[in-house]
Each structure stands twice: as structure tokens, then as C-alpha cells.
Design a protein around this ligand. Sequence first.
Ligand SMILES: Cc1ncc(COP(=O)(O)O)c(C=O)c1O
Length: 380
Amino acid sequence: MKSDKTILTAGPSITRREIAYVLDAVEHGWNDEWNLYMRRFEELFAETAGVAHALSTSSCTGALHLALKALEIGPGDEVLVPDCTWVATASAVTYVGATPVMVDVQPDTWCMDPEAAERAITPRTRAMIPVHLYGQPADMLRLVPLARSRGLAIIEDAAPALGATIRTADGWRPVGGFGDIACFSFQGAKIMTTGEGGMAVTASKALFERMRFYNEHGRAPGGKAFEIAEVGFKYKMSNIQAALGLAQLERIGELVGKKRTILGWYRERLGEIPGLAFNAANCWSRGIAWMSSVILDPDRHPAREEVCRRMKAAGVDSRPFFPPLSTFPMFSKGAGCGPVAARLGACGINLPSGHNLTEADIDRVAAAFRSALKPARAAA
Ligand SMILES: Cc1ncc(COP(=O)(O)O)c(C=O)c1O
């Protein structure tokens, strides 16, 4: 049946399981049982990410802030972040008084370029925050040795990438266990959702305890109930959100599988279009295609804004890639941005990728996209 409803870029998958857990948390998750779902969610999440400790938070942005605090990064320090990412990655660096230094990204993974990162290191650099952009793993096999050799801490911004893996000498390992701390997002459009929410994971008990300390308003460990040792924060997840998160996490294999299927459907329908690039496919990583994305070729295709406008007119929503952070007034140093981040920011499109999409929906998107690529007169 043909539908006239606009096809949106995102949308969650909510089943009876999510509804049952949330109802149970609302009904029983108080008093002695106030944190049962949080504990179950954190335990299963740590296991899924392949690390020892997980701390649930109200957002990935909050988790990044706690991570930077726990690593004692502060005023005078520089932190490398990719130029192509959501602003939260760099904003969190400013929350601790440090300076984000934008690094260009690789043309294929769209993630932090190890060579550009090396060039950006100064005596003030204390850490790097590689981002697994749109669910595509960053080149951790080169970034980790670089960071270690220069004494830098590593925070993985894995906001959209739960389930993505990287091949190591010990086999395939999930993203989230390659640095000192990794942060995930459960905002409504992510691979799994708690409405809003996040998680910080680490193999280090000491870092975990520091993050928990800062997330409890700096409450003195083992101290009296209201004894505070330092100014802290409160980025907490509720038990009700954790109930939703647990149900989603128990289905993560299915949720990731659907995203990969959607990317496969797009590749089948659009793969032969000359000059069009999709999410990277390489032998050392398996992305989750949180977003199915395409990069237009400015020499062959109409301008990205025009393509998105035509798709919208055909009832298909889309999202531009993130503009380079270094073009924003608060981050711009007047030096311009990396050429790859600039090209992706101008030519990248996230296609509809919601869990709820059917193959017939992808047919509609592909047809709208093909038609939007036609030269101006033909498309009119
Ligand atoms: C790469 C990246 N980092 C951080 C965040 C922030 O996540 P949250 O909205 O949970 O704070 C996002 C959210 O879209 C993101 O895409």
C-alpha cells in the first residue's frame, strides 16, 4: 500500500518487553527496589561492551564530562577531537576548562585521522576523544598506540556505536574497551534508547569510582550522608529509564541486525550510482550503520541542500552531516577546517535509518533519492 506519510530519519523499536519492564519499574521500582533495573542494566551493559564497570548517566554529554573530570583534565590542557562530530564531544572538553583541538577525519571511516592527530599533538595535549561516527569504528588500532606512545588518555565517544567491533590480534572486540573510558548515548534516535540517557564504561575501578564520585555531587566516599568533598555534578539515570534500557539492550543483536539490513537495502538499490560513497566497509572493523549515509560527489551530483530539498518534497526526510566543529564561532581559530571534514560537512547525507522502516520504505527513499540526483531541468 502506498503511504503519503513522510519517512523520517530515525525511529525506535519498542516491543512488549520494553513496555513490561517499564511498567514493572513504575509499579515496583521504589524503596528497596529503587535501583534494581539500574544495576541489571549496568551489569549487562558492561558485559556487552566487554569492560568491567559501567555507570549509567542522564546523557552521553554528561558521561563525557564525568570522564574528563575523572581523568583530571582541566584548564591549560588540550584534548584532540575529530572535526566531524556532534558538538557535544567538544563542548564537554570546555566544561572542564580545557581546550578542544579539532583534528581532520579520514575520508573512508569519517573518524579521527591518526596522522592528523599526531600533527596536532603539543606539549599541552593530555587526551584524545576519537568518535565512532554514525556507528563506524574509528581507527583505534592506530590511535591507541599513538596515544599511549605520547602519554595521552583516551576517551572513546561511542555515542552511536554500541555493537560495532574492531578486529584485534585477540579476535573481534566491541568498541568501548579500547581507551581508558568510553561513553554511549541512549537519546531517542540512537541504536538503543532510554528516551534520553548515557553510559560511561571503563576497565579501571579507580576511574569508575572517580566518575561515580563526581556524579554524586562529590559526596565523600564512606562519609556521612550529606558530607561533600568537592564540587560535583548530577547526571543520573532513573530506574524507569534503566528498565527501558535493559529491554533494549537484551535486543541489541536484533537492533544492530536491522540497521545493517537497511544499509544492505540501500547498497542494493543505489550502490551503482557513479561517485556515490557509502558507510565504509573494511576488513578490520564492522560498523553498525546506525545511520545509512552517502557522500555526494560535487562534480557529478547536485548540491546536497538541493538533493535534500527535493527528497523532502517527495516525502522523505534526511539529515546533513555534521558541519566541521572548527567552523563554529566558539571553536574557530580562523585557521579553517580540515579538508576532509569540510567535504563531508558539505556533501554528506544521512538517509532514513529508523528501526521501523520496511523494505518498501527503502524503495520509496531510493526512488526519491535517484530522482533528486537528476540534473535541475530533469528533476523539475
Ligand atoms: C558523536 C556524539 N557524541 C555525543 C553525543 C551526545 O549524546 P547525548 O545526546 O546523549 O548527550 C551524540 C549525540 O547525538 C553524538 O552523536
